[in-house]
Design a protein around this ligand. Sequence first.
Ligand code: ADP
Ligand code: MG
Length: 394
Amino acid sequence: MNKQTIRDVALAGKRVLVRVDFNVPLDEQRRVVDDTRLRASLPTIRALQQAGARTVLVSHLGRPTPGPDPSLSLAPVAAALGALLDAAVPLAPDCVGPEVEHMAAGLQPGQVLLLENVRFHPEEERNDPAFAAQLARLGDLYVDDAFGTAHRAHASTDGVARLLPAVAGLLLEREIDYLSRLLESPERPFGAVIGGAKVSTKTAVLTQLVKRVELLVIGGAMLCTFLKSMGHDIGDSLVEEDQLETARAIAETARARDVNLLLPTDVVIADRFAADAQAQVVAADAIPSGWRVMDIGPDTTERIKNAILACRTVLWNGPMGVFEFPAFAHGTHAVAMALAATEATTVVGGGETVAAIEGAGVADRITHVSTGGGATLEFLEGRTLPGVAVLLDR
Ligand code: ADP
Ligand code: MG
């Protein structure tokens, strides 16, 4: 990475303001249900502790309306993080102001303070310069380790980074290293497996990837848009009419570059969108009206598995079907297992895709599970992420 990291700067005794992504799911009792994001930040926090830094963590949680909202307090996160670090992590009553400054100033080397939800202040998302200046009073140095919000220019990802020496944390560095390798120097053959709900959210990434891969697998709801763009009848499946032209253009680029564009030959269809719907397998060019595509079919799944196993690098974003319903989870599960089985470099990104990988119990067999949803896609689209651009160059 061409940005400075915490390894490039002096940390001992410094107050280090670290933007983390602690936007974790909470249950009704407001307990942390999934601490993946907390664990992902541990390497950076531990490195800062070991270097004798005084660490101030800042994060958002959820989408609060302006003003404090107890249901979106980071208190449960402070408790869960304390358990992981085996040391109490105090929670500041707010993320700015004299009392918080006093708490930050009183930290001893190695100690960690968590600030209250930064989005309680609407100035955060507005990237308000005065608010960023208040945040900047809490640190001598700024570290961005929140890859999941690096595509947003907010006060805690952009404004404050302009006011303090700003470097990357270890998680951010790892994300950029893996994702830029995919774009710049993947081991070939390089395959991308793209699915999910909509073509429109993936158009830009598909347009980029089709220029870089040897294999492009299309699954999920968007396969219907591709099938329709080729003149197939797709029954009552979801189609984005305004994306038909884009789908055609992507298929055209694939042909011109001799990319293996792997579209389903068979699909699982249902008579309605429900877990207990009637289901059947049909050829992808013979979807009867009154039915909708819910998953890729068994022959297609087999072809995808074989194609994945022939690759040296595989990127996966977007479930192959409505995997939330067990009856329609087979294609998604098979892709997860194929990625777990291959020796290739495997990178998985996207909120639902990562949930599917975790549901299949194979996250630890994936080379890199990206913590970003939108940020991962924007990076792979070739866009510059504001939260990364603002960091000090090497
Ligand atoms: P990610 O968050 O991994 O980027 P998306 O948000 O693009 O993925 O899409 C995930 C959603 O796509 C899942 O909730 C899944 O149910 C849905 N999906 C996949 N295939 C279909 C389909 N054939 N019909 C309707 N929804 C689908
Ligand atoms: Mg999603």
